[in-house]
Design a protein around this ligand. Structure first.
Ligand SMILES: [Zn+2]
Length: 192
């Protein structure tokens, strides 16, 4: 998700000291077929490959700039995502969520303007549950329960959608979605 947390385990993220010198992984742009796939669960066998991908993923997210990036957006159809919703100029708060699962959501909903690094330069208001409860694992395999509201809740739901092959434009009316996707296609063509 592209927009503006408090999380830790800095040892996992030692590469952030040199993030500007790390090549960003290319971000897939809709309508790429991997973005429509349902990603598979992360197993312990995947962890080494995930650790290897993290520097390039964080580099891509920070460079964009974005506040969240799901693995399918860089062509990895596995259920994990990275986030950093810290304020501009505040210390970085990198976070990785493995096999995230929403276990509760509020009846009350809220509307936020969303954008997406895979749908560049297109923005629209999306209505989602205002707060959620989430279960995920960190890189050490520890299970974590997190309650989120506001921007964090929106960002998490947007990124988990990516793991299910859903883009924020899929929450819009057909008319609105077609309009955004046509505009995106036109802009992408101009870039080539
Ligand atoms: Zn996105």
């Amino acid at each position: 998700m592209s927009l503006p947390g408090k999380f830790g385990h800095m040892s996992t993220f030692h590469f952030l000291d040199d993030i500007d010198s790390i090549d960003p992984m290319p971000i897939l742009v809709a309508p790429h077929p991997v973005l429509k796939q349902v990603a598979t669960n992360v197993t312990p066998d995947d962890l080494e490959a995930i650790k290897a991908a993290l520097p390039g993923m964080f580099s891509a997210m920070y460079k964009a700039p974005g506040i969240g990036l799901a693995a399918p957006q860089v062509g990895i159809s596995k259920r994990f995502l990275i986030m950093d919703v810290s304020e501009k100029d505040a210390p970085r708060e990198p976070k990785i969520l493995i096999n995230p699962e929403i276990i509760e959501e509020s009846k009350e909903s809220s509307v936020h303007e969303e954008g997406c690094l895979s749908v560049p330069n297109q923005y629209a208001e999306v209505e989602r549950p205002a707060s959620i409860k989430l279960r995920y694992s960190d890189l050490e395999g520890k299970e974590i329960i997190l309650e989120a509201t506001g921007l964090l809740a929106t960002c998490i739901q947007h990124e988990i959608d990516h793991l299910d092959g859903i883009l924020f434009v899929d929450h819009l009316s057909t008319l609105k979605r077609n309009m955004l996707m046509r505009r995106l296609a036109k802009e992408q063509k101009r870039k080539l």
